[in-house]
Design a binder for this molecule. Structure first.
Ligand SMILES: [Zn+2]
Length: 224
């Protein structure tokens, strides 16, 4: 009985985060609209020479689904967005069977609010999907945030880079040798977070193959 009540709670008021129509998760129409289409992202910080692939633009239906996932951490959305991240990772390391994913650690504020690290959950779901189609993918949450950073929203590229300088450190160095390291995050805005995370790996001698995200902010240029 209790299970039935819990199921009813889930059903009543359940809405597609993309369009608001009644649905358990993303409706078929929105799923079609937000289908992954990985593109190379040209970031403001092109000087860092970090190739970034994003599965879509952070706008419209995809943006609404990502925002809902970040705010509520709904499990079905993790699975759907893992499909997007898997497409971006596959595009970022197309020639490699083995791939090591390095999730960018969620900010302390976000983790405190939600109680877990959503990007790590997303990375694990992404690895499972890629494993299922013949890749060998491992997840290595080796980066940690060394200090608080102010909210990046509203900061220019230079201020973002200064805000993030030294923000990440490598916890352990148990990373696989001879396997491309692909950093993963939910959204790329200017690329400064990914660039700083790559720098933290580089200072310890680990070269990063590239980065992959679910979405890129719409003002970033994408190619391919
Ligand atoms: Zn919908």
């Amino acid at each position: 009985m209790r299970t039935l009540v819990a199921a009813a709670d889930l059903l009543v008021g359940a809405a597609c985060p993309g369009c608001g129509h009644p649905a358990l998760a993303v409706c078929a129409r929105c799923a079609r609209i937000m289908r992954p289409d990985p593109r190379a992202v040209t970031t403001v910080e092109a000087a860092h020479h970090l190739p970034i692939m994003a599965a879509g633009h952070h706008s419209g239906v995809l943006r609404r689904v990502v925002v809902d996932w970040k705010e509520r951490g709904r499990f079905p959305l993790t699975e759907i967005l893992a499909h997007h991240l898997a497409a971006a990772v596959a595009a970022a390391a197309a020639d490699h069977d083995e791939i090591a994913l390095i999730p960018v650690p969620t900010s302390w504020v976000a983790r405190w609010r939600r109680g877990d690290d959503l990007v790590l959950s997303l990375a694990r779901a992404t690895a499972a999907r890629l494993d299922a189609v013949g890749h060998r993918v491992t997840v290595h949450p080796v980066l940690r945030r060394t200090r608080r950073t102010v909210d990046q929203v509203g900061l220019g590229a230079g201020d973002r880079a200064r805000n993030l300088h030294g923000a990440f450190a490598l916890d352990r160095q148990r990373l696989p040798a001879h396997t491309p390291l692909v950093m993963v995050d939910d959204i790329v805005t200017t690329g400064s977070t990914l660039a700083e995370a790559a720098r933290a790996l580089a200072v310890r001698g680990w070269g990063v193959h590239g980065a992959a995200t679910v979405a890129a902010t719409p003002w970033l240029r994408t190619t391919g």
